[in-house]
Design a protein. Structure first.
Length: 78
């Protein structure tokens, strides 16, 4: 019985971020200086680099933070 509870807890912890991403939640609100850290796909790289830029900097790169946050968002700084 205790093992079943542990398994259910682990499944919940693993599934929660996936469910949030499936719902397409927008990026958290912030100020003009808030940086949004997201994974960036670079062709030929084995490691997915993470970039932390403001909304304006992401927009300059053609990225809509609110649309991409659910899939690629990692953390918010500031």
């Amino acid at each position: 019985m205790p093992r079943t509870k542990l398994v259910l807890l682990l499944v919940t912890l693993i599934a929660a971020p996936s469910l949030a991403a499936a719902q397409g939640e927008p990026a958290p609100a912030g100020t003009a200086d808030t940086r949004y850290c997201m994974r960036v796909l670079l062709t030929g790289n084995v490691v997915e680099p993470v970039r932390c830029w403001t909304r304006d900097q992401w927009a300059d790169q053609g990225v809509d933070v609110d649309k991409e946050w659910a899939r690629e968002g990692i953390r918010v700084i500031g």
